[in-house]
Design a binder for this molecule. Structure first.
Ligand SMILES: [Zn+2]
Length: 162
């Protein structure tokens, strides 16, 4: 396939040195043939190329926010970690402001930092997870505390902390 025909991936066009994490950014909205809208968000928890959440903590955050964000965001579809371990993609049906998403994320990370016990982390058995040995609630709590204390912005370039 010729270079100019390769699909453009928006996330790889973003200048990762210009953003100010933690933030929520709308990546794009896609409309299906029946008019349904799916929104894709960049939930950036730590500063790219300066920090990365270790896999065990990130994995535990992933399992726990799958429930917490689903409870708080109507039309929640999925939330999956970036391979660079600096945050997550969030997919939802319909449109939500980045303020709404940032508030739901803040509440969820606050819950993990302050209240979550092992019982709040779903899917940690050999039958329900692909790498059940690689979890750390201790790490998840520490990272969530630091992220909440840094403040989650509804804008990636200008600090608009919710
Ligand atoms: Zn898992």
């Amino acid at each position: 396939m010729a270079e100019q025909e390769r699909p453009l991936v928006e996330s790889f066009e973003l200048d990762h040195t210009k953003v100010k994490a933690p933030y929520v950014r709308l990546i794009d909205e896609e409309q299906g043939p029946n008019g349904d809208v799916i929104s894709n968000y960049d939930l950036r928890l730590v500063q790219p190329n300066e920090n990365a959440i270790p896999t065990a903590g990130l994995h535990t955050i992933e399992h726990t926010i799958a429930v917490l964000l689903r409870e708080r965001i109507p039309g929640y579809i999925d939330c999956s970690p970036f391979g660079c371990r600096t945050g997550f993609h969030l997919l939802t049906w319909g449109r939500h402001s980045t303020e709404e998403v940032a508030k739901a994320l803040k509440e969820s990370l606050e819950f993990i930092a302050d209240k979550a016990s092992w019982d709040d982390v779903p899917g940690t058995e050999i039958t329900s997870c692909g790498n059940y040995r690689d979890h750390s609630l201790f790490s998840a709590k520490q990272w969530c505390r630091d992220i909440v204390d840094a403040g989650i912005s509804s804008d990636p370039w200008e600090r608009k902390v919710v």
